[in-house]
Design a protein around this ligand. Structure first.
Ligand SMILES: *Cc1c(COP(=O)(O)O)cnc(C)c1O
Length: 381
């Protein structure tokens, strides 16, 4: 292929052009700490677009997950059912409270927590189910919420990859008691580092503000609801500065357009790669009818006899970055120390060996995708 083409990265932020102006406005207003005007506008946007009872900006999705573990009063020995095929923060947030991750396998079509394995993983110590919507495609939330309700468990959605994706029309992150979003540079909508906690169980909203503000009722004080603020509960500093919120607002205002651009590319990959699925060289992501994706990641699962590294190398030689994804948590050093697996997790092992992520960002043209598909054909023929 044309070796002269510019290198293609795996991810790249899709800037709206308003980011620097909003940051300059925050600086000019001399209000740089958290919870000023830009933060409020981000909260309003998130509440409106997701339907969450309350949205709170955080430093990261990791921080939002840590807040979730605090709000659910996870105690030493409490078990949280979750996939092993996920980012470390899903587990770490609960382990920091002494919780025990109980890892179950994922579905072959979506690579999300296999809802049919939940019941068998429940013990008298189970407190919560933490689901991850991989690549912005939803878990089977009806079955998961029903299992949680039957056993009195809380559901936390790690919706780091899920902004503006839906399940039966409901925004990801707005379905469980709590949802965590990420605005990390590699996600669809970014603020460098950043995140938000969506509080859907309104009974947790008041305490969520306190936990986020160093364990104080400063949020109520700032609203004029109390004449001083005091130490009320355990907590930490989870709120980002106005500089970050200003940048994020520019991105949120563009979020629908960003998502549309990504979805267009996602669908184009899906069409271009259909013949390779038909020939048995790979399989494409499954999108259940209940799910509207957000074009976060385009991945393929290579047939088990394929050498993934050879494919990555072939693309790299043409300047195209591709990548594998998670190293499973259950057999990682910390996963073995702090958690346990239910059964063998064969689909997790397969995804960790055979999954390949392809470049997906607004910088890509139709011709780039055609070139990437041609490179894959060459590598897999
Ligand atoms: C990106 C990601 C995180 C972490 O997000 P940060 O904002 O970097 O803390 C957590 N879980 C999943 C599934 C992610 O993709």
């Amino acid at each position: 292929m044309a070796a002269s083409s510019a290198p293609i990265p795996l991810t790249a932020p899709d800037l709206s052009g308003k980011e620097c102006r909003y940051v300059a406005e925050a600086v000019a207003a001399r209000q740089l700490a958290g919870d000023g005007g830009f933060t409020k506008r981000c909260h309003a946007w998130l509440e409106r677009e997701t339907g969450a009872a309350k949205a709170l900006l955080t430093h990261s999705c990791t921080a939002a997950l840590e807040m979730a573990a605090l709000l659910l009063d996870i105690m030493p020995g409490d078990e949280v059912i979750m996939p092993s095929y996920t980012f470390v923060s899903t587990a770490n947030a609960f382990v920091l409270r002494g919780g025990v991750p109980v890892f179950v396998d994922i579905r072959r079509d979506t690579l999300n927590l296999d809802e049919r394995l939940i019941e068998a993983a429940i013990t008298p110590r189970t407190r919560a189910i933490a689901v991850v919507h991989y690549a912005g495609i939803a878990c089977e939330m009806d079955a998961i919420m029903a299992a949680a309700a039957r056993h009195g468990l809380a559901v936390v959605e790690d919706a780091a990859q899920g902004l503006l994706a839906t399940y039966r029309g409901q925004a990801l992150g707005s379905i469980g008691a709590l949802g965590a979003l990420s605005f990390h540079e590699t996600k669809n909508v970014v603020s460098g580092e950043g995140g938000a906690l969506l509080v859907n169980d309104a009974s947790l909203a008041h305490r969520a503000e306190i936990v986020r503000e160093k364990g104080t009722d400063r949020s109520r004080f700032l609203r004029g609801e109390t004449d001083k603020y005091t130490w009320q509960d355990i907590g930490s500093s989870f709120l980002p500065s106005e500089i970050v919120a200003a940048f994020l607002l520019a991105q949120l205002e563009e979020a629908r357009a960003i998502t549309e651009r990504r979805l267009r590319l996602w669908r184009m990959y899906d069409e271009l790669l259909a013949p390779l699925e038909a020939s048995g060289a790979l399989s494409r992501p499954g999108v259940p009818a209940e799910c509207t994706p957000n074009g976060h990641i385009y991945y393929v699962m290579l047939a088990s006899d394929r050498d993934r590294q050879a494919v990555i190398d072939h693309l790299a030689a043409a300047g195209v970055r591709s990548a594998f994804h998670y190293v499973p948590l259950h057999n990682s050093p910390a996963g073995q120390r702090f958690g346990r697996a239910v059964g063998d997790l064969p689909v997790t092992a397969e995804a960790s060996r055979q999954l390949l992520r392809l470049p997906l960002h607004a910088g890509l043209a139709e011709t780039d995708l055609a070139r990437i598909a041609a490179l894959l054909r060459e590598a897999l023929d």
